[in-house]
Write a protein that binds this ligand. Sequence first.
Ligand code: CP
Ligand code: NVA
Length: 299
Amino acid sequence: MQPRHFTSLLDLSSSELRQLIHRAIELKAHRDPDYQPLKGKVLAMVFEKSSTRTRISFEAGMAQFGGSAIFLSPRDTQLGRGEPLEDSAKVISSMVDCIMLRTNEHDTVTTFAEYSRVPVINGLTDLLHPCQLLADMQTYFEHRGDIAGKTVAWIGDGNNMCHSYINAARQFDFKLNIASPADYGPLPSIADAAADRVAFFDTPALAAQQADLVVTDVWASMGQESEQKKREYAFRTFQVNQDVMQAAHPDALFMHCLPAHRGEEVTAEVIDGPQSVIFDEAENRLHAQKALLEFLIRP
Ligand code: CP
Ligand code: NVA
């Protein structure tokens, strides 16, 4: 039987995603140390880029479920020396029960999925960050109930997080208002597929009007460090500040996948303020991914 993968939110159906969110909420509420559905199971984690939340949440999640995780850096595996992805996927998947990858190229994850005999999870690529969206959706559901029919404002870069919000708008049935500087919008191929859910605005305040959730991310993602100065200039009017939050619904939430740069994409007043749920969002990486691992490894 072909394994199920999670390279994108579109790999699961809307009802499977909703089921995962509800399971994540349940796992968080009733932590049972005797419940070890992944006893003896092993997750391989390939990281081409840095991580705090993703690594810790997957490793802790596997341990809490009775399994274990192996951290693999391309620097000290043959992947970094050019061993073909196809061979690596076949070899690694012959020894473990699931593979999580954080890579630059999205194709690396999809190639692994094609050649792996076990489930493959996207732990962030330049294109998408679907695991973060599971945590974000869980956080919204916990604080405000179902997100269907609500309005989300994405302020800033049309990056991997923005692309995943576009996919989430399709799968969870919400409206997504996007405000990005010219030349920094999301890929048309991803946005066009969600044309009935996505609208574009020239300023953050316009995008945030009546929003139930305001979200942003760093101006320069991992791998774009050399563009930092150029991006600071291009994004200078795309900060989430009190004026933007005031344009939103009075009980709007604020989210950021972290790590954040206070004073750049978001003011300290907003990210550390009463509407911000960033630390619930970060913690929910653990619960949402435990639900995902349970779904993929023990269907
Ligand atoms: N949000 C997120 O993916 O964080 P890390 O880069 O720390 O894993
Ligand atoms: N867009 C950011 C997200 C980090 C979790 C990046 O890719 O660096």
